[in-house]
Design a protein. Structure first.
Length: 404
């Protein structure tokens, strides 16, 4: 037997955090296996099924043997359908060569960051952010520069904050509207100001628009690429079919951007994972070109749940919660409970302790604000049934009232 030790693994992931949501979900699953009722508010996907006509398209793709390789960033038919969508919904003119389809929006975000950033570049990430942004920025060798926001500015960055975060190393700003986790929606006026700063400084905006169709109270979605004629040259739109079409497991996303950026994504994908499944691409064309009649009832159901949750929080002492305009999350501020003690005598030091307490004592799964770079809040997803929401909120109310 040789004494030679086996070579070490790469250290590239040493600084990358494990997903908090995954850890919490695993703990919740173990509780469920032990026979407990679990109130899961950590879900990041619509609790609706993919509409039948899209499912049928997927089945028909298999029957027609649409099961072979496609071009590296997707079929021409799919890219054309995406261009039509961008013109129809966002008022933007793209050619198919400016589109790269990917295995989900997450994949598009990573690939775009990969082709934009060199070692040492900076990417501005407003907090609260979607959990994966800073980790992806680090994975491509760049530095996330976090801008903290709070409820006073509705969790939106101010022009001054943005201006003072930009340095000669800044490559891009990550912008997410409607936002996960806060549900905040940037207005056209606010986007115009951000666009002006991007144009003055030459930075790119990576505009994550995954939740664009989940909006309430008459709010509308604007893409930052569309708010100024020059902005299309400095924006990379990332979108996908996961949320609007309830297609999370199909894995279909895309990036739309300047030709120079998309050419590099084509090069990168061609040597790595290639394209999303041919079957998914075929179903995606049906989704994009087909009826969207199923979206308003889904949004109406989400709105009903959002309103119920907001009413319940309004009656709980020590909780403030701003009204989300989109997506399917609420981000209540529970910071007044930090420093309190649980009935078991444990001190609540922050949002992670709060989430763990709610999970261990009441089987409520939430995601601590700290996972989104914002202490004191927790994120609850209401992509779950009204029954779970009602019972889960009873538990949260009892849990908070038991803290001393
Ligand atoms: C803000 C945001 N961006 C991107 C994604 C990625 O979605 P997908 O990879 O399923 O398209 C998600 C998923 O939760 C998200 O919340």
């Amino acid at each position: 037997m040789s004494n030679q030790s086996i070579r070490p693994l790469s250290r590239k992931l040493d600084k990358i955090a494990l997903s908090t949501t995954t850890v919490l979900n695993e703990r919740a699953m173990a509780m469920r296996r032990d026979g407990h009722e679990v109130y899961n508010f950590a879900v990041g996907e619509p609790d609706f099924s993919t509409p039948d006509h899209i499912k049928e398209a997927g089945i028909s793709a298999i029957r027609q043997n649409i099961t072979k390789y496609t071009p590296a960033v997707g079929t021409m038919d799919l890219k054309e359908a995406i261009c039509e969508k961008l013109a129809r919904d966002n008022g933007l003119e793209y050619s198919p060569a400016q589109i790269a389809t990917t295995s989900g929006g997450k994949h598009a975000l990573y690939n775009v960051l990969f082709v934009l950033c060199d070692e040492g570049d900076e990417v501005i990430v407003p907090a609260p952010y979607w959990v994966s942004y800073p980790e992806m920025v680090k994975l491509v060798g760049a530095e996330p520069v976090i801008i903290e926001t709070d409820a006073d500015t509705s969790f939106k960055i101010t022009p001054d904050q943005l201006r003072s975060a930009i340095t000669s190393k800044t490559k891009a700003l990550m912008l997410n509207t409607p936002s996960n986790p806060t549900g905040m929606v940037y207005t056209r006026d606010e986007l115009e100001v951000i666009a002006k700063i991007a144009l003055d400084t030459g930075i790119y905006v990576i505009s994550d628009e995954l939740y664009e169709k989940i909006l309430y109270d008459g709010l509308t979605h604007d893409s930052i690429a569309a708010v100024h004629p020059q902005m299309i040259k400095q924006t990379i739109i990332v979108n996908g079919l996961s949320k609007a079409y309830a297609m999370t497991g199909w894995r279909l996303g895309y990036a739309a951007g300047p030709q120079s950026v998309i050419d590099l994504v084509v090069k990168f994908q061609g040597q790595t994972v290639m394209h999303p499944s041919a079957i998914t691409q075929f179903a995606g064309i049906t989704a994009l070109n087909g009826s969207e009649d199923f979206i308003p009832p889904m949004v109406e159901a989400f709105k009903h749940r959002r309103d119920y949750i907001l009413d319940r929080f309004a009656d709980m002492s020590g909780v403030t919660c701003i009204k989300p305009g989109g997506a399917f999350y609420v981000f209540p501020d529970l910071s007044s409970y930090i420093g309190y003690y649980t009935p078991g005598g444990d001190r609540i030091e922050g949002s992670l302790d709060l989430a763990m307490y709610l999970l261990d004592s009441f089987h409520v799964v939430s995601v601590p604000g700290i996972a989104f770079g914002s202490e004191g809040c927790i994120r609850l997803s209401y992509a779950t049934s009204m029954d779970i929401i009602k019972q889960g909120l009873d538990c949260i109310e009892e849990g908070l009232a038991s803290l001393k």
